[in-house]
Design a protein around this ligand. Structure first.
Ligand SMILES: Nc1ncnc2c1ncn2[C@@H]1O[C@H](COP(=O)(O)OP(=O)(O)O)[C@@H](O)[C@H]1O
Ligand SMILES: [Mg+2]
Length: 373
């Protein structure tokens, strides 16, 4: 069987050589060919550069259908096909990420539920993918739908995913640790998303180039800020990805412009176009990169992943360098529960509760660092 990475690269090579030879770059087709050539040169058989530290990226946006799952899957596959080890964690009970990566997620399959609610370690529930030997996936089964409620009574419930990821990374030899961990969030602001925001170092927000694209974004940013203030000081929005861009509409341009003026350099230069191959691929249990390597959807995700990787090169370990030492405690004094989110502690607790209404955050006392280990 041909290596999918090889297939992708040769497909890009074929596209670019077909388009060379004095083509005028003023027609849409020529522009597209030039774009494929650029991808080819960027990749040009060179692997992507590894990040300065392990990057745990939470892909979040409480709106459904904005491209969270599609972006998680295709960025994960692109990173792996270009030489970086990646772990994709499906945190949506619908299991669409698992489907798109061809990973079984029927009831009973070891899944993220077992690591969050049960006693399994993440290593017990990690599955290989067919897309690349460098890409692994933790699937989600429908069991996860009950996790929001079941987690409420679990000790250190906001930290479950963080601890699971830390334990997983530390259990691996250094040369097998993932460079990237991508967490695909459900379209809600419940305890699952809260776990993902506590687990991540950075947030990637996909924004659909459509009407109401920015609606609800303020709420998401506000929630991330609350998590940063009370639960995970290391979290920051580091990447915005514009998705489903339709060049035929003025609206798409307006949305893209507005997002760029708002978020500046956080927005990747690469924009993901609306492309039918992208939406077809999951039906075949594939990413668009393996389903149709030469499609615009594929080349765009490769470019976006390259940008993401290049931006990660200069990252320094900021707080707890994950690869080293034991799991670090939550940001609280070792002996005292975190005052900010205790029920009796006034406004911040209420703010967090309002921010994550489904999560019930702040109702139970937050554990000490000892309890979270
Ligand atoms: N670039 C794209 N072009 C065409 N269809 C897309 C694209 N990105 C996503 N889709 C489709 O849009 C729908 C929603 O995308 P999805 O990634 O599942 O969003 P979310 O995870 O945010 O709910 C899916 O059917 C997906 O196949
Ligand atoms: Mg999704």
């Amino acid at each position: 069987m041909t290596d999918p990475g090889q297939r992708l690269r040769s497909s890009l090579a074929a596209d670019s050589s077909a388009s060379s030879g004095g083509a005028e770059f003023d027609s849409p087709i020529a522009m597209e060919a030039m774009r494929a050539t650029r991808v080819l040169h960027a990749a040009d058989q060179e692997p992507f550069p590894p990040p300065g530290r392990i990057r745990v990226i939470t892909v979040a946006n409480q709106k459904g259908g904005v491209g969270k799952t599609t972006s998680t899957v295709n960025l994960g596959v692109a990173l792996a096909l270009f030489g970086l080890r990646a772990l994709v964690i499906d945190l949506d009970p619908q299991g669409n990420t698992s489907t798109a990566l061809g990973v079984e997620h029927t009831v009973g399959t070891p899944s993220i539920y077992d690591a969050l609610v049960g006693d399994s370690s993440l290593a017990d529930v990690v599955h290989p993918t067919t897309a690349s030997p460098l890409l692994r996936c933790v699937p989600a089964t429908i069991d996860l739908a009950g996790a929001e409620i079941e987690l409420v009574s679990v000790v250190a419930r906001e930290y479950r995913l963080r601890r699971a990821i830390e334990g997983y990374i530390q259990g691996l030899p250094e040369d097998q640790r993932p460079h990237y961990v991508l967490i695909d969030c459900p379209p809600s602001l419940g305890l699952l998303t809260l776990n993902a925001l506590v687990a991540g170092d950075e947030v990637l927000i996909p924004i659909q180039c459509e009407y109401y694209a920015l609606e609800g974004l303020g709420q998401l940013l506000n929630n991330i800020e609350l998590v940063r203030a009370h639960l995970n000081p290391g979290i920051a929005v580091r990447t915005i990805l514009l998705t489903m861009y339709d060049a035929r509409t003025k609206l798409a341009d307006q949305v893209a412009e507005e997002v760029r003026s708002h978020f500046g350099d956080l927005v990747l230069t690469t924009v993901i176009p609306r492309n039918v191959r992208v939406s077809e691929a999951p039906g075949y249990g594939q990413s668009v990169l393996t389903y149709d390597p030469g499609s615009r959807g594929s080349t765009s995700y490769v470019e976006a992943a390259r940008e993401l990787a290049e931006r990660g090169v200069h990252l320094q370990p900021e707080r707890d360098p994950r690869p080293m030492g034991p799991p670090s405690p939550p940001p609280a004094p070792a002996t005292a529960p975190m005052p900010a989110i205790r029920p009796s502690s006034g406004p911040p607790s209420g703010a967090l509760k309002r921010a994550f209404p489904e999560s019930d955050a702040g109702v139970l006392p937050v554990p000490t660092s000892e309890e979270t280990r």
